[in-house]
Design a protein around this ligand. Sequence first.
Ligand SMILES: [Zn+2]
Length: 197
Amino acid sequence: MYADPILRLIQELTKLPGIGEKTAERLVFHLLTQPKEDGLRLSEAIRDLKEKVRSCGTCYNITEADLCEICANAQRDHALVCVVEQSKDLWAIEKSGAYRGVYHVLHGHLSPLDGVGPENLTIGRLVERIRKGGIREVILATNPTAEGDATAFYLQKTLGAVGARVTRIARGLPAGSSFEYASRTIVSDALLGRREF
Ligand SMILES: [Zn+2]
């Protein structure tokens, strides 16, 4: 049987998506052959990720500061808010270069079967942002999945009730897909073709 530290790291690695026991073993034995500093740099990078990265105080994007670089940028259009499920969706939209507004990251989607309700997302904070005023349009860019659509529908009702102009991105993305995997052209077309409900 493996020594305890080896076993522990294998167990931790297999908790990551896409890593089975065989891959975890290969990674651990690779690390054993590497210089000590390399392994420690990896553990330090993971520590920094968990200790220094947090949510932006305004939009809930991941950041190292109180405000993310997008919220802190005066050149952006702060009256235009694009709502996404995850920070990775935000970065996919940023990469398209087609958007100059700001964002709101929900950190998930409504999923009653998994026990995820509106109170588990950052919806309350989004309502507060709108109530404060100064927001011209809210673009719902949740993913074109059943949960993403249900979340958009809920947001449209909730945000509409507080007086926001709410639009939904065009159906450019293939159904069931996510921004993460969409090309730049598809993302920018989806944004440009947005419609009011
Ligand atoms: Zn932000």
